[in-house]
Design a protein around this ligand. Structure first.
Ligand code: DGJ
Length: 710
């Protein structure tokens, strides 16, 4: 023990993370803005010294990377285990520290009495300031060890942090922001739906009440995991706070035999003193550098046409060709054939599981359609929902025991489908084969939309065990195997819209379907919430039908287009419904998107602070020479004129030419103030510190401005 360092420091460009190793087990002493060399660890330790108080322990148990019951910690332990002996009261002592460089460290602690080993791995990404951290537990006994909780490293919070921003939502309204004050006790969010879920995204932002989008301290935490999960933020009675995220395991779900290990999913944590947009920029850079494949990053994201809201199950080869022709004329670059192409799939009641082309609809297979689409210059993509089966399918008739179920319990119905048991190798072998057959027969398929449309209400596998842990790993493995064989295929993660969006799935897919709602108003808040952890290029964003199919809202083509413009853009409607004006508008916005997608998909996102009337944000190039800003008026203003638009993220000493680039034709009561300032130049300073007077517009109007340094 004496030869181990008593402190470890990891540094990134803007943050320092100091781990105290003086106690029995390691714990975070400092994490925040970079500290200079003049600030010593002994200073921190002295300043952190706490006094004994009445009716309390003399020295508080540490909030270590895995706070333990054996250490007397009375908050939520980082690890909960049991066996026939005393594993439940796990303690431990640090026995090894491996620090590879200024970015990475691995700690090993052992409880010699209980023969259990805990390993923490931490990597602080130098450029992006994102910490990737995991906890592993190894059973060194000869008896089975039951693991009910093994959180990723627990992180104590700085004392100025007193607000929690988390995410709620539902189908077609994901990523809604929920803000609460830190309170005595635990803020807890648990997801037991078997996949990431619409309603409990595994992420949280903790911040100082003075923090806004551009200033102030904030910390982000996200668990990269697509199964069940738990997020806890606890304010302890003695005034200390911590955050703990991990995989939620059901009783008996994880049993480690001798020398077996379990590693928690990765926690992705980051600090910014530049407000919540600054925090998002850390995460966006991290995703761009570490999760998006270079082949995908280096290729402009093709503009999609997706058949779902245009045709639903009404597939017909001539109609599809006609649609492909029409959308190619609008500038579409990728045609994605959604649900309805496989055997017996004429509605959502049958066919799932039978991944063979339906010969009634496609007598010669998919070949002729793919060739036609390609001949128009469009890539071809195909929808699958591999993890599900309809009882009305050949697959289910032949293998009724291939589904997740719990003995003696009736299944809750959900979109006429059941979940396949991916912990059964026969099932994943079948799924690999049928998908591989289609991809091998049609190497022109460059894209898969991978859907998943029900919750896992009965998550028991063929062995009668709770299965979400293994099911999630098997899902990852299936994707990995398919990608190894078909590396040219890009994959979109969809789960009835945004039900499976997290860094676990994103590290093996290329795009997410952000939401089933194509309603531009809903999308503004959904995309804003999603943008806290995810960059624009991975967010599928489509121009939907004139009357939104989910909300019934009628929204102008200009606004629908402006909202989709800032994601991975596409259209999803029946192009036969388009008037010539709408076609014109769509062609224009698609070509505008192509012109600017490099900036949209690589720039720094700056969200303007929330206000009740509009949703506003910008994307600024790294060198601050080029920017796009959006003003989306959603509610009528309560004064005769709206306020000013204060740009952010610009260089104050640069001079920018300002142009309104969308819409091309703005309907207003009097000559627009915008037309008067168009093409003029302004310093970044006045654009930010003085702002631009906005015109009075109808609510539900979107404007896009371009700023170019001159
Ligand atoms: C749900 C998805 O989110 C939709 O986009 C569509 O693919 C349907 N499933 C198809 O069943």
């Amino acid at each position: 023990m004496s030869q181990l360092p008593n402190v470890i420091q990891l540094n990134s460009e803007q943050t320092s993370l100091i781990i105290d190793c003086e106690g029995k087990t390691p714990s975070v002493l400092y994490w925040g803005k970079s500290l200079s060399a003049a600030s010593s660890v002994s200073m921190l330790r002295s300043l952190a010294t706490r006094q004994e108080v009445k009716c309390a322990v003399v020295v508080e148990a540490p909030i270590s990377l895995s706070p333990l019951s054996g250490e007397g910690f009375t908050g939520a332990p980082g690890i909960e285990i049991s066996n026939d002996n005393s594993a439940w009261s796990l303690g431990g002592a640090l026995i090894s520290i491996k620090q590879q460089n200024a970015q990475s460290v691995e700690f090993v602690c052992v409880d010699n009495v209980r023969q259990i080993e805990i390993t923490h791995k931490l990597h602080l990404d130098k450029q992006t300031n994102v910490l990737t951290a995991s906890t592993a537990i190894t059973n060194r006994t000869t008896a089975p060890l039951n693991v009910t909780w093994c959180a990723a490293p627990t992180i104590p919070l700085a004392d100025n942090i007193n607000k929690i921003l988390s995410f709620e939502g539902r189908w077609s309204n994901e990523f809604l922001l929920n803000k609460v004050d830190l309170f005595l006790g635990s803020f807890l969010r648990e997801n037991r739906k078997g996949k990431t879920s619409h309603d409990n995204f595994p992420g949280v932002v903790l911040y100082d009440e003075k923090t806004d989008e551009h200033n102030g301290d904030c910390y982000g935490f996200h668990l990269g995991w697509s199964g069940n999960h738990r997020t806890r933020v606890e304010h302890l009675p003695e005034g200390r706070n911590y955050v703990q995220l991990g995989e939620l395991l059901m009783p008996g779900e994880l049993i480690l035999q001798a020398n077996e290990s379990y590693q928690s999913p990765n926690l992705y944590a980051s600090f910014s003193d530049k407000g919540i947009s600054g925090l998002s920029q850390n995460y966006h850079h991290f995703v761009r550098q570490n999760l998006i494949r270079p082949e995908v990053k280096n290729k402009p994201r093709p503009v999609h046409f997706n058949t779902w809201e245009g045709l639903y199950f009404d597939h017909d080869i001539e109609t599809l060709k006609n649609l492909a022709k029409q959308v190619s004329e609008l500038g579409i670059e990728r045609f994605v054939l959604d649900d309805g192409w496989f055997k017996g799939r004429r509605g959502d009641a049958a066919g799932l599981g039978d991944w063979y082309v339906d010969k009634d609809i496609y007598p010669e297979g998919l070949g002729p359609l793919i060739e036609y689409v390609n001949s128009l210059g469009l890539e071809f993509g195909l929808w699958f929902e591999p993890e599900m089966v309809n009882p009305d399918s050949d697959l289910f008739r032949n293998h009724p025991d291939w589904v997740l179920a719990t003995e003696g319990n009736e299944q809750l119905e959900f979109r006429n489908q059941l979940v396949l048991d991916l912990t059964n190798k026969e099932v994943t072998d079948y799924l690999f084969k049928v998908i591989d057959d289609i991809l091998s027969e049609h190497p022109q398929i460059k894209y898969i939309k991978w859907d998943n449309n029900r919750d896992y209400n009965h998550p028991g596998n063929h062995l009668g065990k709770p299965a979400i842990h293994l099911q999630t790993l098997a899902f990852y493995q299936l994707i990995d195997n398919l990608k190894t064989k078909h590396p040219q295929v890009e994959i979109e993660s969809c789960a009835s819209g945004g039900g499976r969006i997290d860094y676990g799935v994103l590290s093996r897919t290329d795009r997410v379907w952000t939401s089933d709602s194509n309603d531009a108003l809903d999308r503004l808040s959904i995309q804003r919430g999603c943008s806290i952890f995810f960059p624009s290029e991975i967010m599928g964003a489509h121009v939907g039908p004139r009357d939104c199919h989910i909300t019934g809202r009628h929204i102008s083509i200009e606004m629908r287009a402006a909202v989709a413009f800032f994601g991975h853009m596409g259209i999803e409607m029946d192009p036969r419904e388009l008037t010539s004006e709408e076609k014109q508008a769509l062609s224009e916005i698609i070509s505008l998107h192509k012109k600017h997608r490099c900036l949209i998909h690589s720039g720094n996102l700056v969200r303007l602070n929330e206000n009740p009337f509009s949703v506003d944000f910008g994307i600024v190039s790294e060198d601050r020479n080029h920017a796009l800003f959006a003003y989306n008026s959603v509610n009528e203003v309560n004064r005769t004129n709206p306020g000013k638009y204060r740009f952010v993220g610009l260089a104050i000493d640069k001079v920018y030419q300002l142009n309104l680039i969308w819409p091309t034709d703005l309907k207003e009561y009097s000559p627009s103030v915008l037309r008067q300032i168009e093409g003029q130049v302004f310093t970044g300073e006045v654009l930010q510190q003085f702002g631009m007077q906005l015109p009075a517009l109808f609510p539900q109007t979107s404007l896009i401005f371009e700023l170019k340094a001159v």
